[in-house]
Design a binder for this molecule. Sequence first.
Ligand code: FES
Length: 251
Amino acid sequence: MTEQFEFTTTEDAANAVDTSVFDAKTRAEAQQIIARYPESRSALLPMLHLVQSVQGHVSAAGIQFCADQLALSTAEVSAVATFYTMYKRKPCGQHLVSVCTNTMCAALGGDAIYRKLGEHLGVGHDETAGTPGEEGSITLEHAECLAACDLAPVMQVNYEYFDNQTPEGALDVVKALQRGEKPAPTRGPALSDFRGAERQLAGFFDDLESTVAGPSAAVETVRGAQLANERGWTAPSMPDDVELPPVPEKK
Ligand code: FES
């Protein structure tokens, strides 16, 4: 267990965690998130993104904050926060660079891209070059399939796509980020930074129109649909009378 996640389940010790980093505005936003769901505990995932938008990671204070807001135990919150890779256990850089090294991307150059960026930044997986949160700091990570195999090899910066990358092209992107620039992603809106992206993932958009502006489709991605359309191909329809298997009773 890392230092950030050394929680105890005894109430006295848990209450000792200082959550004052989350100000009145963040607390009001937490309540807005909770109001979206019939059960407050369902708000945990966006709440953890809200926490990351404030601190750049999920700290012990962030765990305690979520637990307090959602009437959960810190053990329940930390179990979720440590399960998903999008919740960072250490402070993240200004930008998060995720290089897909899953099968398709790896075969087409993803491993070489990851190696090149790691050598340039002097860091490995989940490590940060520079001071986390400061301008130009970069956290590098391996990523599993980013659902853009037709555009492999791909990388993301703060979850925005940079398609069809080469080691040299990816290095240019990272060097620009280190200079404080925000190169345009191949698809999607203009780059923000890690904390800004986390705020959006929590469901807060300061300017929704510009947040979603930008190209969203790639020629490669729609080519299959175009071919099927031209040739009259359709998928077999789903019969309406399929008998569903019985659902086992929950105990
Ligand atoms: S393997 Fe990289 S996007 Fe699917």
